[in-house]
Design a protein around this ligand. Structure first.
Ligand code: SF4
Length: 151
């Protein structure tokens, strides 16, 4: 695909504010391979990981959430270790959905969709430019994953 409105790249730098990992109840989908990697990281069996840290929503299984004063935090979000920051304790093994944010197809649909996403994510518009090639990789990976769970 060519001629995207963001062909010159987009600025993004995560500040670890945690806004994308909380808020209204949501879903963090993961593949079986991702789930197994997380289980190994936690030192538990895959079955124990599923039972303790995930919720079955029917069409998909999500990482669990914990109600906090910020909203519904991902169960793996750590707000205690670094004051003022929200740290993902799975970082190296976080699911694709988290790796590709904010370069999701719905956020890239138009400049105004990107602007709307920036209201939730303070990292949008900060830092250096992410090149179009990198954006496409993340966008297309997320699109492919979406296709596996939304029908
Ligand atoms: S909302 Fe944006 S800046 Fe904040 S943690 Fe998520 S990706 Fe990073």
């Amino acid at each position: 695909m060519s001629g995207e409105w963001y062909e010159d790249g987009l600025r993004f730098e995560c500040t670890q504010c945690g806004a994308c990992c909380t808020g209204a109840p949501g879903y963090v989908n993961f593949s079986e391979a991702e789930g197994r990697a997380i289980a190994a990281r936690l030192g538990v069996s895959f079955e124990e990981f599923l039972a303790r840290y995930t919720v079955d929503h029917g069409s998909l299984r999500s990482l669990a959430e914990v109600k906090t004063r910020h909203g519904y935090d991902c169960v793996f979000l750590d707000r205690a270790t670094m004051p003022g920051k929200a740290v993902c304790t799975l970082y190296g093994d976080r699911p694709l959905q988290c790796r590709t944010f904010p370069f999701w197809p719905e956020n890239l649909k138009s400049a105004s969709a990107w602007k709307r996403a920036a209201r939730e994510c303070e990292g949008i518009g900060r830092g250096g430019f992410v090149a179009i090639e990198d954006i496409r990789i993340q966008r297309d990976a997320q699109q492919a994953r979406d296709a596996t769970i939304r029908h």
